[in-house]
Design a protein around this ligand. Sequence first.
Ligand SMILES: Cc1cc2nc3c(=O)[nH]c(=O)nc-3n(C[C@H](O)[C@H](O)[C@H](O)COP(=O)(O)OP(=O)(O)OC[C@H]3O[C@@H](n4cnc5c(N)ncnc54)[C@H](O)[C@@H]3O)c2cc1C
Length: 422
Amino acid sequence: MFDVIIIGAGIAGASFASKISKYAKTLLIEAQDYQKEIPIRTNIFPEHNRPFIQEEIGWDNKIIFPTTHTQSNYMSDEFNGVIDSNEFGIPLGNICYTENFIAERIKQLENQGGTFSSGERISKVTRHSDYLELMNNRGESYSTKLLTLATGSRGFELQRSLGFGIPDSYRGVYLHLFGEEDKINENLDYNYTFHINPKISQNGPFFFNKGIDRISAGYLGEKNQSKEDVISKLKRILNNYKPIQPILNGLSYNLATAVVGDISKHPIKNFSNDRVLVLGEAAGIVTAFFYEGLLPGVACADIATKTLKPLLENESNFSRSELHKYDQEVKRILFPYFKNGNALEYLIYNEGSHVKSLWRLYTKLLSEDRTCRKYIYDAYINHDLSKHNTSNDRYVGEKWFSKLPTLSKITLSPKFFKALLM
Ligand SMILES: Cc1cc2nc3c(=O)[nH]c(=O)nc-3n(C[C@H](O)[C@H](O)[C@H](O)COP(=O)(O)OP(=O)(O)OC[C@H]3O[C@@H](n4cnc5c(N)ncnc54)[C@H](O)[C@@H]3O)c2cc1C
């Protein structure tokens, strides 16, 4: 009998496993074969993530964080809205080689006496009065006092079978481009490029995340598209889309390695139930506009550990009412910051003809207005997101609205008003 079993060794599950195994007999199970390889991912990892990992992961660990994140470019067809940390202070955060982050977390779990099993898919969970029984694809079973689902967008059937809701899912694709460090820096100034063009996607950005010797590129937010369609669109963009051609120049990539997957957002109602917790993207805890999923992964892991530690010490039966504190804490700590993404999603991710010009004005605003840049910078580096300053978001929204031509002001004022109330 395990105290805790975690299904899914992404950022959320692996982080939680390494934390909770200090206090509980822990098993972490992953469907992909990590013995062969943990799939590479190059992600941005803002300074506001740091409090949730700092006990176990050094911020200066260059295997995990090969470089700092100093510049973000919110890019339209005309303007670069650049947030440069050199203008204000410490870096915006780090660039994360996420496969190394996950590998380190699994090592920590094992060093603390926990067990990791990969290449194993859990297909069924049965509830008993005082434990849960898990069955894998080989017909083997495990028992646990507490189960954690950290299954991202790939375990919805299990989630449903345990009485949880399902978040909204969208399609995304990414591909790694490789080159010498100097060449990469010559081609691309910014660690993070976030570009909106509704012809690419009406529900998400085209992005570049720049590492040292590699760049991750892709787009997010497509609905109901097949893997083939998503990849062939990526191919057309890489071959023909003028604004990004200088970035690709001289770098190598292989479209056969493009990864298509779902990304989920819009949090479900409950993140806990009797003896079960749901962490990270599985619960739809991803910011709605920027699709930040690493923050919720590490935050949920930290909050779940803090909730469970006293319960483990008191040999609790992990009732729904005891676990509810986890839901409350996730909402208290993350949701003030999520409001900003909800408002931007409402204004930009829709089929309106105004989207392109609205995004253009947003990037123009950032290029011209230091206070707006400073407020965005402050959100990147804020170590207490429960105190995220929503009046700063409102200030940016009002400045943005003031840039609209008169006619657009009239047509878009109800939308802006609603966004301010989100
Ligand atoms: C293209 C792209 C770029 C992104 N860039 C960023 C970024 O730069 N910064 C950022 O903050 N966020 C980014 N995100 C979002 C972020 O990467 C994800 O939200 C986050 O990684 C989700 O972590 P997770 O641990 O919740 O889920 P996942 O990483 O999806 O992990 C879930 C794991 O569970 C396993 N699993 C599922 N079901 C089972 C089962 N039945 N049995 C066993 N194992 C199972 C899966 O194999 C998987 O490994 C990006 C997302 C995409 C798609």
